[in-house]
Ligand binder design. Structure first.
Ligand code: TXE
Length: 487
């Protein structure tokens, strides 16, 4: 299989380009060859996107919305086959790909397709005059994706961009080149003009070319904080618009009155879903002292029942992490946690066989890990591991836990479990985080904004909040009288 560029409505040839092999994380066998976009590809993508933008911006919101909703229908009609592609590319369980990834992408297309006709300005009566505003598109926007939710990330950027009248050039992560191409095909079949949504493959160098390109008006990144800072700096010379969905080390706070079963379920989901490779994960689990032992006992028992194995098996709970290099990075964090004095209570090892006795030694598998005896200052409690590693911490008072939870350069997400309705809102209002949950975790409906405080990002994706990041607002004053002049 060749993963090439999708420019001007079609897949381009792969020849005469730098290339690399894309591997299946579950067994490290080749899925296909990926061809790095070159400067000519970028120029062709920008030219095609500009041509598409020229017509697309003249369509009404309703006309644009129809294409997005049709694209959503096409994705849903191919859910099983795209889910399998995503599972093979990312290593995540097929149960997740079927339940979340493609549906979330389709939800975004439907949502922004539905509101496209409602994206308009305001009218203001003035003295012998009136004014109005116009939310106008930016032009050609670039999306740059991470590898944990490839088609969801592509759709969360393309849907608002196109709904607002822009064209998009999307670069998936070099580790997951596959399903952005499925989204591109769906847009074409839905009636989008050629070049409205282009895909270019490649690593950070291609991402940097997009950031630097003078005719690309905006960059939207989903990725690490380090990359976010590089893009922000690179965009500065042109004052190019940037939205950044970055990493985090988010707190999940469990008060003594919480429903224990639900709180443990949330802690498991917030650390082990998608092998823990979720930016908004609640990886610092703060538990109030009175229930700490009971919580930890249930957490350990249920963690050890998580079925690690072949991601294509519907019974599997946890698949393989994205690459051998990433697996080694996670193991380095685990070693550092032990060296710092934390106790590895369970997990953190490489299983040779999975829960059905199948040989998985050739894949990037790790059993879900829990660290106790943690200290806030430990690296495993400060840095994003982006793997199945949970750090549990004990606290006594509300004031103490809020201060400790906020003591982080990140601010992406936060969760609070309590049955005291006043405490739940009181605490969540004091947490420095952009995406929050009370008595659940990591539920991200398209109707709510998603994004972070502090170094976890700039701007928001999803909900009506996203519209401001894909439009620029023009105000128009209309004189109904004469120009009064002292000259
Ligand atoms: O990120 P990387 P990864 C974060 C998550 C973790 C990271 C993992 O927290 O930190 O993403 O994904 C491109 N100029 N989120 O390892 O390495 C690169 O090619 C331009 C947060 O992929 O930062 C890739 O396509 N582009 C998120 C993309 O940036 C550059 C949810 C990300 O790569 C570049 C999911 C450069 N100089 C993961 N260097 C959220 N908050 O929603 C690299 N890239």
């Amino acid at each position: 299989m060749a993963y090439t560029q999708f420019i001007d409505g079609e897949l381009t040839a792969g020849a005469n380009r730098e290339s690399w092999i894309n591997y299946n994380p579950a067994n490290n066998t080749p899925l296909g060859e990926v061809f790095q976009a070159n400067a000519q590809d970028i120029e062709a993508a920008v030219g095609s996107a500009e041509k598409a933008f020229h017509d697309w911006r003249t369509k009404t919101g309703a006309e644009r919305g129809r294409v997005l909703v049709k694209a959503a229908e096409i994705l849903r009609s191919r859910l099983e086959q795209i889910a399998l592609l995503e599972t093979q590319d990312v290593g995540k369980p097929i149960s997740e790909s079927l339940a979340v990834d493609i549906s979330s992408a389709a939800d975004a297309l439907e949502y922004f397709g539905g509101i496209a006709a409602g994206i308009h300005g305001e009218y203001v009566d003035l003295k012998n005059a009136f004014g109005y505003t116009r939310p106008e598109p930016l032009g050609v926007c670039a999306g740059i994706g991470a590898w944990n939710y490839p088609i969801q990330i592509a759709a969360w950027k393309a849907a608002p961009a196109l709904a607002c009248g822009n064209a998009m050039i999307f670069k998936p992560s070099e580790l997951t080149p596959v399903t952005a191409l499925e989204l591109a095909k769906a847009f074409m079949e839905a009636g989008a003009p050629r070049g409205l949504f282009n895909v270019v493959q490649g690593d950070g160098r291609v991402g940097a070319m997009l950031t630097d390109h003078p005719r690309i008006a905006k960059i939207s990144l989903t990725g690490s904080v380090a990359t976010g800072k590089k893009i922000f700096a690179g965009a500065a010379s042109q004052l190019k618009r940037v939205t950044l969905e970055l990493g985090g080390k988010s707190p999940l706070i469990i008060f003594e009155d919480a429903d224990l079963q639900n709180a443990v379920s949330a802690a498991l989901l917030a650390n082990f879903y998608t092998q823990g490779e979720v930016c908004s994960n609640g990886t610092r689990v703060f538990v109030q002292r009175k229930i700490y032992d009971a919580f930890l006992m249930q957490l350990k028992e249920r963690t050890e029942k998580i079925r690690v194995g072949d991601p294509t098996d519907p019974d599997t709970h946890m698949g393989a992490v994205i690459s051998t290099a990433h697996l080694e990075k996670i193991i380095r964090f685990i070693d550092a946690g032990k060296a710092a004095g934390a106790t590895l209570l369970t997990g953190g090892s490489r299983p040779g066989k999975d829960f059905k006795g199948r040989d998985i030694s050739s894949g990037n598998f790790l059993t879900p890990a829990i660290f106790t005896d943690c200290d806030d200052a430990m690296e495993i409690c400060k840095e994003e591991i982006f793997g199945p590693v949970l750090s549990i911490l004990c606290f006594d008072t509300e004031e103490e836990v809020i201060e400790r939870a906020n003591n982080s350069a990140y601010g992406l997400a936060a969760g609070v479990f309590t049955n005291d309705i006043k405490r739940g809102h009181r605490v969540i209002h004091q947490l420095q985080a952009g995406t929050c949950w009370i008595n659940n975790y990591n539920i991200t409906p398209i109707e709510l904004p998603f994004g972070g405080y502090k170094q976890s990002g700039l701007g928001r994706e999803n909900s009506l909040a996203a519209i401001q990041y894909y439009t620029q607002l023009k105000s128009v004053y209309v004189e109904l009288g004469n120009v009064e002049s002292p000259y």
